[in-house]
Design a protein around this ligand. Structure first.
Ligand SMILES: Nc1ncnc2c1ncn2[C@@H]1O[C@H](COP(=O)(O)OP(=O)(O)O)[C@@H](O)[C@H]1O
Ligand SMILES: [Mg+2]
Length: 363
């Protein structure tokens, strides 16, 4: 008796996505099952190219199908399609699947460092990534991405984003003269952000990361009003956790109805350049404790390391400059966890929609 598609699907029902907590058949990940004699081939379409358990799922899927009597060869194509956030009726960014703001209570905690490295890490994993520098008070993305002397061009009344390291970028810094001081008022912030979102040719993006100015002022408020956000990542240092600055910012974001996607701890440990051991530099609470307190995911910790800021000054994010370093590993891990959180949340939202009989805004 030849093996049937049903048998293959049944076998694959034993493979669970640990983040989404369901099997890959129920999740609709398995596509194009073809059986040719003793050979089975199929596609597994994950919710993100940055899936942290991609290899594990592939291995389990292969083992499950190889266990079927009559199958001795399995070919799997691992693909990904990032699911959509809840879009608005008249969305400024209809081609952007997920919009994530990177925020903090105070400046200097490493928001921009985290933003550029996550953007590059996601792009390297195969995602289409945009990075919007919305820090009206201190735009630093152009410097950190090595494009500070570039100026974006216009094309049919729209602005073409600058592309570097596989990331499409736009920064308020491109629109200012060097050293130009601006006294930002709320309505100006709003209209400038609107322009940076709506008048830029972002195209199709899986992820748009937005590097916010510190705190919960006009920029995050406007951003939330202008586009439906997937959520906010809070970056913090041990000092800010101890002083409850990060906690207060998180609480305010909650009041703005933003989903907290998780906490990233920065500069809590120091890695010895000779022996590689990580030591906690400050006493007191950690990003992980804050995440627990807020009941949000803890996404990870980036050690304090002079090479991080040295690479940033040079315009080459450390995930690229030192791809084998501890920091690169930390950033890649955080990128995977963030992508997984976004998948979990869009999956949950589309189920709620199904229950309510609503149609997704776009396919
Ligand atoms: N893990 C790290 N190790 C060493 N230096 C860091 C690290 N993270 C950030 N920095 C440095 O700290 C300074 C502030 O970081 P930045 O990302 O600009 O913070 P923010 O955007 O929150 O104001 C920068 O000079 C940056 O290079
Ligand atoms: Mg910054």
């Amino acid at each position: 008796m030849p093996v049937t598609q049903e048998q293959v699907l049944d076998a694959l029902r034993s493979v669970n996505d640990p983040d989404l907590n369901r099997d890959i058949v129920t999740l609709g990940f398995v596509k194009d099952v073809v059986i040719d004699g003793d050979r089975a081939s199929f596609k597994v379409e994950l919710t993100t190219p940055a899936c942290p358990v991609k290899e594990l799922l592939e291995e389990q899927a292969r083992a499950a199908v190889l266990a079927i009597d009559g199958i001795s060869e399995v070919e799997i194509e691992m693909t990904a399609r990032v699911r959509d956030r809840q879009a608005a009726k008249e969305d400024l960014l209809p081609g952007v699947r997920q919009i994530v703001a990177i925020a903090s209570g105070k400046g200097g905690v490493g928001k921009s460092t985290v933003s550029v490295n996550l953007a590059v890490a996601l792009a390297r994993l195969g995602a289409k990534v945009g990075l919007l520098d919305a820090d009206v008070y201190g735009p630093s993305v152009p410097m950190m991405m090595g494009v500070k002397d570039e100026r974006p061009l216009a094309q049919s009344q729209k602005i073409v984003p600058i592309e570097r390291y596989g990331v499409r970028m736009m920064s308020i810094g491109f629109l200012l003269e060097e050293g130009q001081a601006v006294l930002w008022r709320g309505p100006m912030v709003h209209s400038t952000l609107k322009q940076l979102l709506g008048d830029v040719l972002w195209g199709e993006l899986d992820y748009l990361l937005v590097d916010l100015p510190p705190g919960t002022g006009d920029a995050p408020m406007s951003l939330g009003q202008l586009v439906p956000l997937s959520g906010v990542v809070i970056v913090t240092t041990p000092h800010n956790v101890a002083a409850n600055i990060a906690g207060k910012a998180a609480a305010l974001f909650r009041r703005l109805d933003a989903t907290l996607l998780g906490v990233v701890e920065n500069m809590a440990t120091f890695v010895c350049p000779t022996c590689g051991t990580a030591t906690r530099v400050f006493a007191g609470s950690s990003g992980e404790e804050l995440a627990n307190e807020l009941d949000v995911p803890y996404l990870g910790s980036i050690p304090l390391d002079p090479t991080v800021s040295e690479a940033a000054e040079r315009g080459e994010p450390s995930v690229l400059a030192y791809p084998d370093g501890v920091q690169a590993r930390a950033f890649n891990e955080i990128a995977g966890k963030l992508a997984a959180q976004l998948s979990i949340r869009s999956e949950g939202a589309s189920e709620a929609e199904d229950r309510a009989g609503l149609q997704p805004v776009k396919g």
